[in-house]
Design a protein around this ligand. Structure first.
Ligand SMILES: CC(C)(COP(=O)(O)OP(=O)(O)OC[C@H]1O[C@@H](n2cnc3c(N)ncnc32)[C@H](O)[C@@H]1OP(=O)(O)O)[C@@H](O)C(=O)NCCC(=O)NCCS
Length: 517
């Protein structure tokens, strides 16, 4: 509907980007990819003169890379989506949103009388959605807050439809392929990757912070003795880390200098792996292994857990998993940490809340369950009937589906590669089950776009590297705490209390209060 028909409505012209970055149909993919990178855009509109004839997006680029195409020989017309849908510049923003949402597009060209005049992205529209009046927005907020933008962040983002996520300005998978965990930790905390000198200084600082404070170390055996053999190590971490917050006098961040909060955050990230592995060993009647002075983060983590210096391949496999799970947009635990931080509370409260959110099977609790599923299926020939029965019964296949990814989860693609590189007895079975599960889900849950998520191959990688199942989710926590802490620091640096509203759906008030009967 043209916006002129609705007083006060915002038009596409007000939010679109222009001029648009374009490409010609006969240009090579390599040239176009370079332009997209240089101009920091997620898509180019393919034009013939001023007329749009196609669109090429980052998602296509991922398909191109995955398909091993020759990017200097293949042309844009080989890969573009021809005749893209478009909107007019005088249309209402909500109509443009409907077009994007209905088809799952992230970008849509703006065309007036056959001439390309701009490009509108889902992100542009979401910015507007944030400033809708509260009452109107409340009525329209989707269940589970799906797709709702609640903050600005410079830490990273997830582009679910493109199967892409990033930390700061870097592709997170590239970071996991090329950098160490300490480098990425530095990137998240400081905003830039470290130079060699900065890296050395950072490693020295965080190594010193790995030690468990003496008073907390003393109480670990009592915590490990609670709850019996099935007590989850993550619950023990929640308890002991909370005690550490008291012991180290972590006060509300509103009352302390920013530098002190940053120091607490660094110490928290450094000590969490030590706490987790100590609790795990005590629970199994083993002696605690102190941090190794010469080992970097991931190798030290395995060393403290298993009591011996790990094979470099295994340390690297676990490190890649850890890097790939440090941050992931506004997931439930990160959001929890930011909500708690927004009240001015101390850092330990925010991290304890985040640990609680992560412990749920719908968030971080799935990798061991995915491996349990593999064991239950046993052999590839049993996969189809087993998976079919499970989905028909209404069960969820652990390690499949994601709130944001509606295509391959890039973490699962990377971890599949790590699993293949490491070898191990379960890789072939996992690949066969993955293929069948995607087929069964496509047939029995059509349109839901359910693919493998990070948890599926995470379990395989960790199992191969010797991490026991009960430590899968805790291992996730030991990397995600770096993401939580970065978000806590960002929230504290520019804070406003997060306090949304709910739509009341009970019996109409006010009813007279009855006398007791
Ligand atoms: C991750 C997850 C919680 C995302 O959930 P969500 O975005 O809220 O999706 P919904 O719960 O709305 O599910 C949408 C539909 O897909 C189905 N679905 C989602 N994930 C499924 C799975 N793993 N197996 C079978 N069906 C699944 C739901 O049953 C639902 O079907 P319906 O429309 O017939 O009711 C969900 O996919 C899931 O439970 N996965 C399994 C647990 C897991 O792997 N967790 C780790 C996440 S990294």
């Amino acid at each position: 509907m043209p916006a002129s028909a609705v007083p006060g409505a915002r038009t596409v012209a007000e939010i679109m980007s222009h001029p648009v970055i374009t490409a010609a149909a006969m240009e090579s993919i390599a040239e176009t990819a370079t332009r997209m990178r240089e101009k920091h855009v997620g898509s180019v509109v393919v034009v013939d003169g001023e007329k749009p004839v196609g669109i090429l997006t980052e998602r296509d680029m991922i398909r191109i890379a995955a398909g091993g195409a020759d990017t200097s020989a293949d042309t844009v017309s080989d890969w573009m989506t021809p005749n893209p849908d478009s909107v007019a510049s005088d249309e209402e923003v909500t109509d443009a949103f409907a077009s994007l949402a209905e088809h799952g597009y992230r970008h849509i060209p703006v065309v007036d009388d056959g001439v390309l005049v701009g490009l509108v992205s889902m992100r542009d529209i979401m910015k507007i959605a944030q400033i809708q009046p509260a009452e109107k927005a409340a009525a329209e907020i989707p269940e589970g807050l799906e797709g709702v933008v609640v903050a600005d962040t410079a830490i990273g983002d997830v582009r679910g439809r493109e199967g892409f996520y990033h930390y700061r300005q870097y592709n997170a998978v590239d970071l996991a392929e090329k950098r160490t965990l300490e480098d990425v930790w530095h990137l998240l905390f400081e905003g830039s990757l470290p130079s060699v000198k900065q890296r050395d200084a950072f490693i020295e600082t965080v190594k010193r912070l790995r030690e468990i404070p003496a008073d907390v170390k003393e109480i670990l055996p009592s915590v490990a003795a609670l709850g019996g053999p099935e007590a989850p190590p993550l619950d023990m971490l929640r308890t002991t880390y909370s005690m550490m917050g008291v012991d180290l006098d972590f006060r509300p961040w509103l009352d302390i200098p920013a530098e002190e909060l940053r120091g607490q955050a660094l110490q928290t990230c450094a000590v969490v792996p030590t706490l987790l592995t100590a609790l795990y060993r005590l629970k199994h009647g083993l002696e605690v292994v102190d941090p190794h002075p010469d080992l970097p983060y991931a190798a030290n983590y395995l060393y403290m857990m298993l009591g011996e210096v790990p094979k470099p391949d295994y340390a690297r496999g676990v490190e890649q998993y850890l890097i790939s799970t440090i941050d992931h947009g506004f997931n439930a635990s990160t959001f929890t940490a930011r909500v708690i931080t927004s009240t001015g509370a101390d850092l330990a409260s925010a991290v304890v809340g985040a640990i609680g959110a992560l412990s749920g099977p719908l968030h971080g609790g799935a990798p061991s369950r995915a491996l349990d599923m593999l064991d239950a299926i046993g052999t590839a020939d049993k996969a189809e009937p087993w998976l079919r029965d499970a989905v028909e019964r209404g069960d969820r296949l652990m390690g499949f589906g994601h709130r944001v990814y509606k295509t391959d989860d890039p973490r699962s693609v990377m971890l599949r590669g790590v699993a293949e590189r490491l070898g191990g007895p379960k890789v072939d079975l996992a690949k066969a089950i993955e293929k069948k599960a995607i087929e069964v889900l496509a047939e029995l849950k059509p349109g839901r776009q359910l693919y493998t998520n990070v948890e599926f191959y995470a379990g395989i990688v960790m199992d191969t590297c010797g991490v026991p199942r009960e430590m899968f989710t805790p291992t996730f926590a030991s990397s995600r705490v770096i993401g939580w802490s970065s978000h806590i620091l960002e929230q504290a640096a520019d804070n406003r209390l997060i306090r949304p509203s709910a739509h009341y759906a009970g019996p109409p008030p006010p009813e007279p209060v009855p006398e007791p009967t």
